[in-house]
Design a protein around this ligand. Sequence first.
Ligand code: FES
Length: 108
Amino acid sequence: MEEDIRIYVEEAPGQRREIIAPTDMGLSLMEVLKASGYDIMATCGGMALCATCHVEVLAGPALFEPNDDELDMLETLPVIHPGSRLSCQIRLTPQTDGLVVRLAPTGA
Ligand code: FES
């Protein structure tokens, strides 16, 4: 469908899985990753309160800047990367087509 976009998840170095995701349902990246079988706890249900949906954005389109709630939560993590984001705060739109992410290890 025209509204579908492609997201890529790097599962191992050089190994990316393509996920087709709709953009007309207001889904977050976290919801799509969970629905695709990834083990993301998302304890807070997408409220930017738990950081268990931490991902690292590796490549793709420029995203909007994280808001203060997201930044505050990211700062609680033991390890963050320049591309660290909370996947529950990334809303999938046609502008996020081609995003490449890696799931952070549990607890990181
Ligand atoms: S699901 Fe809790 S911070 Fe994203």
